[in-house]
Write a protein that binds this ligand. Structure first.
Ligand SMILES: [Zn+2]
Length: 255
């Protein structure tokens, strides 16, 4: 499989997955059509599918433009057939999809929206706005319980899983992370490294799931330092994984 990261809009990423054998390709979350159309032409591949992680316009805005030029299947969660433009293939937890000879797996990960899914091809995870590098999506439609369960599901994947999220948000996410867990040496090192990469205009996506487990405050509900940060902001809070996650999410919303 060949994977091409396409910067879209201001800070979105679309991902073109290419089956080298058949030259069939799928685009994950086309925010806009034109840059994707240009890339398909350059690469001389045949677009056969759009894989949408969720209905937000900055992840589906290119669907219509692509469909005008290519008759392709549009995948999205089964609950979102009205909200995902042109959706043809409703998917749910555990479904398998095929692009050329590439096989992918679907995870249902609600929280950011109620119909959010992630796609896994080999060890490449396309998780939209559920898990970000060093962060997670806002809870626009779901509950902290749902998001905690969704993130836990993704955390169960192997440590070498590569996290391809929907946005280049790593640096600002880490700036927040440093306020809740400043004594985490791996976090400090990542923040320095990411700042250097951004200064040079480099993409900080993907990261490995291991790196996320070590430094992403939204996956670190067991960290004593994060528990203490939460307690000092919300005295009297009863600490458990979901309440710590919810509190960190609230603190980030206000950051
Ligand atoms: Zn979104």
């Amino acid at each position: 499989m060949r994977l091409i990261q396409i910067p879209l809009l201001r800070d979105n990423y679309g991902y073109l997955l290419v089956c080298e054998k058949t030259k069939h390709a799928a685009i994950v979350d086309p925010s806009e059509a034109d840059p994707v159309l240009r890339r398909i032409e350059q690469e001389q591949v045949t677009l056969t599918a759009i894989l949408n992680t969720h209905h937000h316009r900055d992840h589906t805005g290119g669907n219509e433009g692509l469909l005008k030029r290519h008759k392709v299947a549009v995948y999205g969660h089964k609950s979102d057939s009205v909200r995902v433009p042109g959706m043809t293939n409703a998917v749910d937890e555990g479904d398998e999809i095929q692009i050329g000879e590439l096989r992918g797996k679907v995870f249902f990960v609600p929280g950011h929206t109620t119909g959010h899914v992630a796609y896994l091809f080999d060890n490449n995870l396309f998780c939209g706005d559920t898990l970000f590098t060093a962060g997670c999506g806002r809870l626009f439609e779901g509950t902290p319980e749902q998001m905690h369960a969704s993130l836990s599901k993704l955390m169960a994947l192997p440590d070498n899983t590569k996290v391809y999220c929907g946005h280049e948000y790593t640096e600002s996410n880490l700036r927040f992370a440093m306020t809740v867990e400043p004594k985490n040496p791996k976090l400090v090192a990542r923040f320095e490294r990411v700042q250097g990469m951004r200064t040079r205009g480099l993409s900080t996506v993907p990261a490995t799931l291991q790196e996320e487990k070590e430094t992403n405050p939204f996956l670190r509900w067991d960290s004593k330092e994060i528990e203490a940060s939460v307690q000092s902001t919300m005295p009297g809070i009863r600490l458990n994984p979901v309440s710590v996650f919810a509190a960190v999410r609230k603190m980030k919303d206000a950051f």
